[in-house]
Design a protein around this ligand. Structure first.
Ligand code: ATP
Ligand code: MG
Ligand code: MG
Length: 415
């Protein structure tokens, strides 16, 4: 074919080529009210021409702001991830269901899975995986039974005697945790003395509880793992996570350690943990690093994770894109870092005013290597994740120098 005729051939096709979707499949996301993970997943989907429908109670939810409904039958659903009818409605509109939160109604997802057998509908990760992970006690039992290192834990009834028994068994301080609906440490109570037992029980409400032995860790680390429906797993680099008041504050990638084998060990544990579940997608594996180099799994998130935000700018394929690739059965992308050093700073609301967030955002706009992500949340509240900043640099020293003015822009109590 001559150059001219091949150009003619191309020019006859452009509209069809541009409109061809990456995948014909429509993805439905069970969203948490005002969630940022669904927003970043939807942003990633739009780059791949993947159609997305969001189930979220907010009409102008962060994720819905990103993707406009692309056809009348593809309109978003206003409702809760815990409402069976809304989940069924979403399922009727999509080819693949996925989640941005683990606290969804897993029983309805399982019912939808059973009812859809023989059809094309897929649910990722599997309802069983979500069911195990959403109960942190079952999750720990599951990990333990698959030979993963977890610190001592036991079931405990919501009574003074039962908590005293657990404290006798595991010692003080004792970490009392709600088995379900926990996030950002809401659902944890550190029992330092037996006098606090009643306060702990009333603070944790009527929710089923379990207890964990106090872990004297030196660092918290995390690894994102992406898993295909067939069970192939690939891990991202190990990161250090720094929490403040139980909320992730800073993430550093990659983890620096004098032990050259530590990162490989952490990645192997994280991969093994995710092999123990079923279904496709990305998973966040939170771990404790001990003084002697031992590693214990804290918990797993069956979805994109705060500790993986940095992958958008710092890795060859972001956690969001790899989640989509995994659930759409597309080839997985490389999880390698593409910069020598990276950090992620969460922008946490300090009060009802957006002023502090705006201040640090302006500093970031003047910082080389900084990328600002704002989540489009309608209201700022103390403790609410309003956005994050990713920093990339050529070295750790450069990263620290770039991070300093950002930390200095934070309100006094949160820097
Ligand atoms: P997330 O927002 O990550 O889902 P969560 O509410 O599920 O949080 P955990 O991850 O269980 O809560 O705990 C929150 C934080 O509390 C941990 O990141 C860690 O700093 C601390 N922590 C949890 N368990 C223990 C423990 N057994 N011993 C000591 N510290 C702990
Ligand atoms: Mg959790
Ligand atoms: Mg956690």
């Amino acid at each position: 074919m001559s150059v001219v005729s091949s150009l003619t051939f191309i020019s006859n096709q452009p509209i069809q080529r541009d409109r061809r979707p990456m995948s014909e499949k429509v993805v439905g996301i069970l969203g948490v009210r005002g969630g940022q993970l669904g927003r970043m997943l939807a942003a990633s989907a739009s780059l791949l021409n993947v159609k997305v429908i969001i189930l979220d109670a907010g009409e102008h939810a962060p994720a819905k702001q990103i993707v406009a409904p692309s056809a009348p039958h593809l309109t978003h659903v206003d409702g809760s991830f815990a409402d069976p009818d809304k989940i069924r409605e979403l399922a009727s509109k999509v080819d693949i269901l996925t989640v941005e939160i683990e606290h969804v109604d897993a029983a309805t997802l399982e019912e939808v899975r059973v009812a859809s057998q023989g059809s094309e509908l897929a649910i990722h990760p599997s309802p069983l995986t979500i069911q195990i992970i959403q109960d942190k006690f079952w999750q720990k039992q599951h990990l333990s039974s698959h030979g993963l290192p977890v610190y001592e834990f036991l079931e405990v009834k919501s009574s003074v005697d039962a908590v005293h028994g657990a404290a006798q068994n595991l010692g003080l301080p004792l970490m009392l945790k709600s088995r379900t609906l926990a996030y950002d440490g809401r659902g944890n109570f550190v029992l330092r003395s037996l006098d606090q037992t009643e306060e702990a029980i009333s603070a944790l409400g009527d929710r089923p509880l379990y207890a964990e032995k106090w872990v004297p860790f030196v660092k918290e680390i995390a690894v994102m793992v992406v898993r295909t429906a067939e069970g192939e797993v690939q891990s991202y680099p190990v990161v250090e996570t720094i929490h403040k008041e139980n909320i992730c504050h800073l993430v550093f990638a990659p983890l620096r350690s004098r032990d050259p084998l530590l990162s490989q060990k952490a990645r192997s544990i994280a991969e093994k943990a995710i092999r123990a579940f079923s279904g496709a997608g990305v998973f966040g594996v939170e771990m404790f690093l001990m003084e002697n180099g031992d590693i214990f799994v804290n918990e797993i998130a069956p979805r994109p994770h705060n500790s993986g935000h940095y992958t958008i700018e710092a890795c060859e394929t972001s956690q969001y894109e790899n989640h989509l690739r995994a659930i759409l059965s597309l080839p997985l992308g490389s999880t390698a870092l593409k910069v020598p050093s990276a950090a992620m700073l969460n922008l946490i609301g300090h009060s009802s005013s957006m002023e502090e967030i705006t201040k640090i955002t302006n500093t970031a706009l003047n910082t080389p290597g900084a990328s600002v992500h704002l989540y489009g949340k309608s209201e700022c509240r103390k403790g609410r994740k309003m956005g994050h900043i990713t920093l990339v640099a050529e070295s750790d020293a450069q990263l620290r120098a770039r991070l300093r003015p950002l930390l200095q822009s934070l309100p006094e109590s949160s820097s």
